[in-house]
Write a protein that binds this ligand. Sequence first.
Ligand code: PNS
Length: 161
Amino acid sequence: MKTAVYPGSFDPITCGHLDIIRRASRQFDHIIIAVLNNTSKKPMFTAEERVKLIKKSIADLPNCSAEAFDGLLVDFVRAKNSRTVIKGLRALSDFEYEFQMALFNKKMEPDIETLFMVTDANASYISSSIVKEIASLDGDFRDLVPEEIYDDVKLKMKEGR
Ligand code: PNS
């Protein structure tokens, strides 16, 4: 069984992430969406909440699952018997950081490949940070996140105010 891991902060999952997950799910038997637990970024949602939001968003994708991870990504990928990391690229600005991470991961674990997928043009401007900013300013972010989680994000913003 070919399993790929799609890692990230997912704070929260966006339509851009979901587009990558959907397309990747057609190329692999199983996609594990891996949510980084101990991130240096101060997340708005706990890892548990982020996993929950992802699970809601992928309910119609039977070969996708989501879980939190700590530590090195390559260790998680190996523990899952996978050799593939999927990353989405939105623009040239993503490339330098992603390239550096891919090279580090390759150095630590040469058998693990990073595959880059180009984000859908309609989602190329979406990021979790933009979603949080627009939501916190009471703007309309309905088209930016999976519809299943819109109310959860809205509620979290209200609680945070
Ligand atoms: O959505 P993000 O914040 O760009 O995701 C970054 C992520 C989670 C993919 C990256 O920080 C990561 O893999 N962290 C785990 C720790 C690790 O393995 N670091 C070495 C990679 S160079």
